[in-house]
Ligand binder design. Sequence first.
Ligand SMILES: [Fe+2]
Length: 485
Amino acid sequence: MLIAVEGCCHGELDRIYDTLDLIAREHGKKVDLLICCGDFQAVRNVYDLSCMAVPPKYLAINTFYKYYSGEKVAPIPTVFIGGNHEASNHLQELAYGGWVAPNIYYLGNAGVVNFGGLRIAGVSGIYKGCDYLRGHCEVPPFDENTKRSIYHVRQLEIFRLKQISRPVDVFISHDWPLGVTEHGDIETLLYYKPYFKDDLDRGQLGNPATWEVLQKVKPRYWFSAHLHAKFSALVKHDGENGGETRFLALDKCLPHKRFLQILDVAPASENIGDLSFSFDPEWLGILKDTDHLWHFEPTIYYLPGPGSSERHDFTQSDEDCAKMIAALGNLQIDPANFQRVAPSHEAAWGEGTLDQIVRYMEQIGIPTPPVKSYPNPQTTLLCEKVGIRDPLAELTKIAETNADKLKLTSDLSGPGSQVGSDEVRDDTASAQNGEGAETEGEQPLEGAEVQAEAADTAESFENGNHEDEPLAKKMKVGNEEEVVE
Ligand SMILES: [Fe+2]
C-alpha cells in the first residue's frame, strides 16, 4: 500500500493534495492513504479559528473549510491526529475519532483504526508535564490557559494505548517520543537545528510518555512532526522477535521544507480488505473497560497500576474482541455518518486572518457563529454502541453545574464579588514542546513554492537524517516568499 506521510499540515490541504496529484501524474505514484501528523487545523469557521492557540497574525482560515462545506472533496482517504495548533473545540467533539469532512478521518484524543488491513494507532497533542496527570476539563469558551492545556497529552490516553497487545503497523504522534533521537543521526540533526541541543542535553527533546508507548506497542512505523525537521531513526526492540520501529519525522508544509514522504507499506495482517476505514475491536474494548477512569476535573489524579487493588490490566482477549464486533454489528466506519454540525465559512467572506474576516462579516451583516463545541452524532452513536460516555457531554454537564453555582454565589455575595481566579498560568515554551519556537516559524503560504519528496523508503530509514538530500519534486506556486524558521 502506498501511503503519503505529511508533517505539520497547518490547514494547507489544497497544497498537499495538489502536490500528491502532481506526484501521481509525473511519477505514477498514486497514494492510497494520506497520514497527517498534526497541526491539521480543521477550522470550519471563524470561531473555530478563535479556539486555536497561535499568535493573532497566524490565525488564518486556510483551506480545510472547503472540504468541510462540500465545496471540495478530499481526493485521497486522509487520517490525522491533533497537534498543538488546532481548532480544539472541533476536535473535542470527536474524542473517540470521527469524520471531520468526507474522506477525512480524525483519530481522536487517541485511537486505533484499520485501513485496508493496515492497523493505524495514534495520539493527539503534545507533552507538558504540568498537565499530564490532570483530568480532561476544558470546555469552550477557552481562556489563554485552557486554549493550550486542552491539547496537552493526558495520562488516560497513554494508559489506554499501553493496553494494546496486538500488532500495530503505524503509530502517529505529533511530538517525537523522547529518546528516539538516540537511534538516529543526532549530529546531522543538531547541524540543522543547533537550538535543540539544550533540550537534548536535559533529556527533554520529546515526549516521555509516548516513548513508553513505543516500547510497549512496538509499531513497525512511527511518524511524527512538530519539531519542523526531517529525521529518521531505527529503534531495535529487545528480546526474541522484538522487531524494530522505523521512525520518521517530517517538516511543515512550507517552501523548501521536507514535509511529505511517500512510503510503500505492506500491512502485516493477512486480512487486507478494501481501502476504507474500520473500527478496531481491541481498541474499542479498551475504551469500554476503562471508561470509569475518565477524570473531568483539573486536579491531579492517579490511575491504577501494579500493586493496586483496582484492575489495571485491560488486555483484551479474542473473546472480548468477538463480543465487541457483535455489539457493533459492522466494523466499517460509515462515511455517511459525517454531518455538518457547525456552520461553515464561505469563501465570499474572505480568506485572511481572524480579525480581517470578522470585520468583513460584520460589514456585510453576516452573524458570526457562537464559540462552542457541538455535540457530535458520530460520538453519540459510537458511545451508544460501545457502552461508553461522551466526554464532551460529561464536561458540558459539569460546566453548566459550575455556572449555576457561580451565579448563585455571585447573587449571594452581591455586586462586585469575584469567585475563582483569572490568573493566567505560565505556559512558557521550550524548544522541545515547540510552543513558541513553532508559532514563530509559522508563515502563511500565500504565493509560496511547495516542495515534496518521494524518497526511497528503506534507504531513508537506514541512513538516518536526510536534510541534505536533493528534492525529488518541485512545484512552483506563484511568487516565492521568504520563510522564517
Ligand atoms: Fe506543532
